[in-house]
Design a protein around this ligand. Structure first.
Ligand code: NAD
Ligand code: WQD
Length: 349
């Protein structure tokens, strides 16, 4: 005789939309969402990723997300997708993220980042969907003498990319203030780095990497001749810049914690996602060298324009509201980034 439980049909899995889900952070978060029992629909225009990431996600998670190649600024597309199946929440990763590029093409950054959120939120509201986890950035803070940066530290981004993120936060706050159905978490990432521990998923920058970790990986693999340390005359213990490097899988876990939080809280909240610890450029280089067992060619160059000396997160709000904190350190970040670089990484076309 089957027990009553055994004869019950399986409950449908809640379905979430992940915009930018074939990108670096979105793909890692999708793996955890699938593992946690969600169905995932990815919408990505592949402007900074490739469709084969969907297969890599399936390999790692054991289940395949649905994938639509499209732009979040295409309101008609979003309306069709929302009408086709019930979506419980949206994770909005899609956007442009290069500080340097934003200084050259500010309109592209405002159009894509701010424009994308306007279209997305309009279509969400139209579909009666009001739960949103947004990818913000520590770039929204100004260059502060007071560290760590709390969510109430002064907001004063120095470039169009950061200003696009701050505009979006303002917009989302206004939205939540005028309609109490909205549940919005804006997650301010510090310095995401590392890769999935399987070696099958990771970061795939196009061209010369801007960020330290992918650059280090390319020096270690011989694709670049040396690392240039951008300045060693900052007022820090070893003179190099200090940042809060957070493992991408810890960051991904923070998104699931944010969704849990939004299930019981309405309104708008901004939350730092970092480790609460600062590491210098040389700390990261030494950790990487320990992991790969050899030293890397490097020289000291001039400061990079626009860089600040130091920045790391206060993580109390994330701990208190989300019950989340990072678990992995610099060694795990370097080990996983190197495994991905040396075994799994395919260049972007
Ligand atoms: P990524 O470029 O790897 O991923 C973003 C994805 O969005 C890409 O796959 C790209 O093709 C897609 N995309 C861009 N514009 C789109 C559009 N209009 N419609 C549909 N798809 C679009 O970047 P990431 O590192 O995964 O970053 C994800 C988010 O987190 C971004 O919003 C970024 O600004 C933010 N963020 C990233 C960092 C970081 O250092 N990686 C730090 C802070 C915040
Ligand atoms: C880290 C440190 C560099 C490269 C950027 C964006 C920020 C966020 C994360 C999106 C600094 C030094 C770097 C190199 C070096 N992205 N460095 N040699 O600048 O803290 O943050 O990425 O939201 O918005 O501004 O990160 O990885 O570029 O630099 O010495 O070849 O490494 O000077 O001290 P950053 P980064």
């Amino acid at each position: 005789m089957p027990t009553p439980e055994m004869s019950l049909p399986e409950a449908p899995r809640p379905r979430v939309l992940v915009t930018g889900g074939t990108g670096f952070i979105g793909s890692h978060t999708t793996v955890l969402l699938l593992a946690a029992g969600y169905d995932v629909l990815i919408v990505d225009n592949l402007s900074n990723s490739t469709a084969d990431v969907v297969g890599a996600i399936e390999t790692v998670a054991g289940r395949r997300p649905d994938f639509v190649c499209g732009d979040v600024r295409d309101g008609a597309l979003l309306a069709r997708l929302f009408a086709r199946s019930a979506i419980a929440a949206v994770f909005h990763f899609a956007g442009l993220k290069s500080v340097a590029e934003s200084l050259v093409s500010p309109l592209d950054y405002y159009a894509n980042n701010v424009g994308g959120v306007i279209v997305l939120c309009r279509e969400m509201a139209e579909a009666g969907l009001h739960t949103l986890v947004f990818s913000s950035s520590a770039t929204v803070y100004g260059d502060s003498d007071t560290l760590p940066l709390t969510e109430s530290s002064p907001l004063d981004p120095a470039q169009p990319y950061g200003r696009s993120k701050l505009m979006i936060e303002t917009l989302l706050g206004d939205l939540a203030a005028t309609d109490s159905r909205w549940r919005i978490a804006s997650l301010r990432y510090f310095n995401p780095a590392g890769a999935h521990e399987s070696g099958a998923l990771g970061e795939r920058p196009r061209g010369i990497p801007n960020n330290l970790m992918p650059y280090l990986c390319q020096v270690a693999s011989g694709e670049r001749p040396e690392l240039i340390v951008h300045g060693n005359d900052y007022p820090t213990p070893d003179g190099t810049g200090i940042r809060d490097y957070i493992h991408v899988m810890d960051l991904a876990q923070g998104h699931l914690a944010a969704l849990d939080y939004l299930n019981t809280h309405s309104g708008f909240v901004a939350i730092n996602l970092g480790t609460g610890r600062g590491s210098s450029v040389l700390d990261l280089v030494h950790a990487f060298e320990r992991v790969i067992g050899r030293t890397l060619p490097r020289r000291i160059g001039p400061r990079r324009s626009g860089d600040i000396a130091a920045c790391w997160a206060a993580v109390d709000r994330a701990r208190e509201l989300l019950g989340w904190q990072s678990e992995r350190g610099l060694d795990a970040i370097c080990r996983d980034a190197w495994r991905w670089t040396s075994t799994g990484r395919r260049p972007q076309p």
